[in-house]
Design a protein around this ligand. Structure first.
Ligand SMILES: Nc1nc2c(ncn2[C@@H]2O[C@H](COP(=O)(O)OP(=O)(O)OP(=O)(O)O)[C@@H](O)[C@H]2O)c(=O)[nH]1
Ligand SMILES: [Mg+2]
Length: 423
């Protein structure tokens, strides 16, 4: 071999055969190597594609039975749960079943909770005197009373129990004594518990109707309302609700922040002013409330507003101070506008029960109270207080608060009240 190589080198054969052969091999490698590599890559990709196709076929095979069943009423199982939705809602389902089923979609029907979209919840009914009396009827004296009236015999036991229940009704002793006197006088006329019920209902209706007066009309510009009552009774809230009512009637109200005793009171009234988009006359905390009222009356006159609602404090250092302050506010309002305030309204929280009666009497001694607004009837089981107030004070209940919303202030209708109570 060595001898052949030496021989080839000598005569140049090595270069003539071997070098071109080596170059040819190198050239072939350069040409074919990338092709091969590319091919391998493609082959690999093909395998991946194969895998995907296989998986897809498998998936389709699984889905196939569901698609075949599309002639069947869809969501058969769910049908049971959604029977409440009746036909009109169920009719919307086939539309959904016509949609192509995508692999990631569950074969299960859509959850029933999504359905209310097509059948919205009914809106909460507006609060009324009837809804406001619910607690009085369910948890208060009325549930016991209505139970008693189911008795077919009117005997001593029934009369005794009637008296006991009425004393728990927050009507006050005077009103209960008056009612029991009437019951005893007419006892022989009653043949059943229902007779007693009708009799009591009519006596109560009579006293409420006799003292009834609708909320005053605005006859003079500005008509001035002075709002009084103990702290927390609902004066400020009621002023906000009243302003809303006046605006709905096309009137222009103005508010006066006469409660300068409590830091937050002025702010609270301003919030109601903003809500109603009406002017609030105020001064700094601790300012003289009478001077706030005086300025407010003058401003109401100069701005030619229809109504001025004057807020007052419900609590001062003591009750004497509070009453003295109210007398002063009342006097300066009269100075700024003779004959004003046109109405002095006591705001009473129904939850106060018989205490509300005492409060109303005390305020009436200081200022001439002309009417009552009973608040929070909705949150109280002591709706009977309205009967006592009307009987004892002989004052009209103008309005009742039946909730915290701006529109939850309703005219007091004695007939509506009695019917709802005895229903
Ligand atoms: N549920 C219910 N809440 C009411 C009603 N009226 C007032 N309130 C609430 O009673 C609370 C006290 O009301 P205010 O208006 O601040 O009472 P106020 O008489 O001005 O109290 P002072 O400023 O402390 O004298 C507030 O939380 C009101 O939202 C009503 O009719 N129903
Ligand atoms: Mg207040």
């Amino acid at each position: 071999m060595q001898a052949w190589i030496e021989e080839s080198l000598k005569n140049g054969e090595l270069f003539f055969y071997i070098v071109p052969a080596v170059l040819l091999i190198l050239l072939l490698i350069v040409i074919f190597w990338p092709e091969k590599k590319k091919k391998t890559k493609e082959e690999n990709e093909e395998t991946e594609l194969d895998k995907l196709i296989k998986a897809d076929k498998k998936l389709k095979a699984e889905i196939e039975p569901v698609v075949e069943n599309k002639e069947e009423p869809p969501f058969k199982e769910a049908g049971k749960e959604i029977q409440l939705f009746e036909e009109q809602d169920v009719q919307t389902f086939p539309e959904t079943s016509q949609k192509p089923i995508e692999p990631e979609q569950p074969a299960e029907p859509a959850p029933v909770e999504t359905l209310p979209e097509t059948s919205p919840e009914p809106e909460q009914p507006a609060a009324t005197i009837k809804s406001g009396l619910e607690k009085t009827k369910k948890g208060g004296f009325m549930s016991r009373l209505l139970g008693l009236f189911k008795n077919s015999v009117v005997d001593d036991d029934l009369i005794e129990e009637l008296e006991e229940i009425l004393y728990t009704a927050d009507m006050g002793v005077t009103t209960v004594s008056w009612l029991m006197d009437l019951v005893n006088k007419n006892r022989l006329k009653f043949t059943s518990g229902d007779d007693v019920k009708q009799f009591l209902k009519e006596q109560i209706r009579e006293v409420l109707v006799a003292n009834h007066k609708s909320f005053p009309e605005i006859t003079e510009k500005p008509t001035i309302f002075l709002m009084v009552g103990v702290n927390g009774a609902g004066k400020t809230t009621t002023i906000g609700k009243l302003a809303h009512k006046f605006i709905a009637q096309g009137k222009v109200p103005m508010l006066a922040a006469g409660d300068t005793f409590r830091a937050a009171a002025v702010e609270q009234l301003k919030v109601w002013g903003e809500r109603n988009n009406c002017t609030v006359i105020s001064d700094k905390d601790g300012a003289d409330p009478a001077s706030v009222a005086f300025n407010a009356v003058n401003s109401a006159i100069s701005k030619d507003v229809d109504v001025l609602l004057v807020d007052t404090a419900g609590r001062l250092q003591n009750r004497v101070n509070l009453m003295e302050e109210l007398v002063k506010i009342n006097r300066v309002i009269g100075k700024a506008k003779p004959g004003a305030p046109h109405e002095t309204i006591i705001v009473i929280d129904a939850n106060n029960g018989q205490n509300a009666l005492t409060q109303a009497k005390q305020f009436s001694e200081a200022v001439k109270v002309t009417g009552i607004i009973v608040t929070k009837l909705d949150g109280s089981a002591k709706g009977g207080v309205i009967i006592g107030i009307s009987k004892e004070l002989g004052l009209p209940v103008y309005l009742v608060g039946v909730g915290e919303k701006i529109e939850d202030l309703k005219p007091f209708d004695p007939n509506e009240f009695v019917e709802a109570l005895f229903e």
